[in-house]
Design a protein around this ligand. Structure first.
Ligand code: ZN
Length: 410
């Protein structure tokens, strides 16, 4: 079952955007233009182009999107206020259901949202898993591995997994990075499925008090709702360390937790990146690291020494961990390394650091401009070349990891 639309996301050419669902969910699908409008709102604002829709969208969604425009235009991301010009706007008149769903990646936030709702009247009936969002369409191995895990979780819990595939990320990312556009794309999936769902939970990434401009946000998510379906930003009232404390009591989470964004071959969690090490510290605080099956059993302090904090969001999360370790009076050496790392972030020793940071910022901005020019005038050839090289590099790394494995087995 495929929902498609021809979208003019760039100044030249027409792109075919699609959302592909399993046939068994065909009764859930609403084939209006609402999902495409949600996914393309923020990219249109970045381009300063009105969102023109030749099709029908929900009236409540249109009102909500106007509020999203107002809010995000004030974020200083270069998002311009635009008009929404739909050829038809009407309220949803679909029959009501009582089914709830949540986006689920197997990470801390999505496990927290699922488990929190489990014993309540608003329990979650469906987990929504997207191919082409956090997992690249070019990484079928990781997708299969993730499906296997989430299927295992769902069958243990007696619930279902709705699997979706979409090419939207590859089309909008050259306009604006995923950090700011993923909220509208998640909403697009819920809007596509709204005939079969009443509530959709969007697990929060940050807690209240730590909020930054971000694609999913307590002030945005509910505004993607229609007369039929409600979106809820979930879990922002709980700090990450407390989320881990809660989910670490559940054997299913300890068996399947996946937080890593490195996507290393054959490894759910690489155990060496910032996010893995932060989560391992969380688990250490709860006393459950040795029981978490998808992580190394111990934190390698030499790896902690190599970490550096590059933004305020990460600094806040490391500070949370340091505070908890101090309160418990454990892992003194780990505390010392975290303290040094944070000191280096807030009071850098060398002035040159500021200059390097600034240069990095301008380099990234320049790169964004190159990607835009590539998108508008070069039919994304550079972007395609980048994807091609990524694919080749992945194949090479797969080849060598196979060789090493075979060698070790001998
Ligand atoms: Zn990792």
């Amino acid at each position: 079952m495929i929902l498609t639309a021809e979208c003019k996301i760039r100044h030249v050419g027409i792109d075919q955007v699609y959302f592909k669902f399993e046939k068994k969910y065909q009764d859930f699908i609403v084939a209006d233009a609402s999902p495409f409008a949600a996914a393309l709102l923020i990219p249109s604002m970045k381009m300063g182009q009105d969102l023109v829709i030749e099709g029908s969208i929900s009236r409540e969604l249109q009102d909500g999107m106007k509020e999203i425009i107002e809010k995000t235009a004030s974020w200083n991301l270069g998002l311009k206020p635009i008009a929404i010009l739909a050829s038809e706007v009407r309220p949803d008149t679909l029959s009501q259901t009582d089914k709830n769903a949540s986006f689920f990646s197997g990470g801390v936030d999505s496990f927290y949202t699922y488990l929190k709702h489990k014993e309540r009247s608003d329990k979650i009936d469906y987990l929504i898993l997207a191919n082409g969002f956090d997992i690249s369409l070019d990484n079928p191995g990781l997708w299969d591995q993730t499906c296997e895990t989430v299927d295992d979780i769902a069958s243990s819990e007696g619930i279902e997994v709705i699997k979706v595939e979409s090419n939207i990320r590859g089309l909008i990312e050259p306009v604006l990075i995923w950090d700011y556009t993923h909220g509208g794309c998640l909403a697009a999936l819920g809007l596509s499925l709204r005939s079969g769902l009443k509530n959709v939970y969007i697990p929060s990434s940050l807690a209240i008090g730590q909020l930054l401009p971000w694609g999913t946000h307590p002030e945005l998510d509910a505004r993607w709702s229609t007369e039929k379906i409600s979106f809820h930003h979930d879990g922002a009232d709980t700090k990450r360390v407390d989320k881990v404390r809660f989910i670490a009591q559940n054997p299913l989470a300890l068996k399947h937790l996946r937080v890593c964004y490195i996507n290393a071959k054959d490894k759910f969690n690489c155990g060496v990146c910032d996010k893995c090490l932060r989560t391992m510290t969380n688990l250490c605080i709860t006393g459950k690291l040795s029981e978490a099956e998808t992580f190394p059993r111990n934190i390698d302090l030499e790896l902690i020494k190599t970490l550096s904090v590059c933004n305020k969001q990460k600094a806040i999360l490391h500070e949370e961990n340091l505070e908890e370790l101090k309160k418990l009076g454990i892992e003194k050496e780990l505390q010392a390394h975290l303290r040094d790392m944070l000191k280096d972030f807030y009071a850098p020793k060398f002035d040159s650091r500021k200059t390097i940071k600034k240069a990095c910022y301008y380099f990234m901005e320049g790169l964004n401009q190159i990607m835009l020019i590539d998108f508008f005038y070069n039919q994304s050839r550079l972007h395609k070349m980048k994807m091609f090289l990524q694919k080749k590099l992945q194949k090479i790394s797969e080849y060598y990891s196979r060789i090493f494995k075979e060698r070790n087995a001998r």
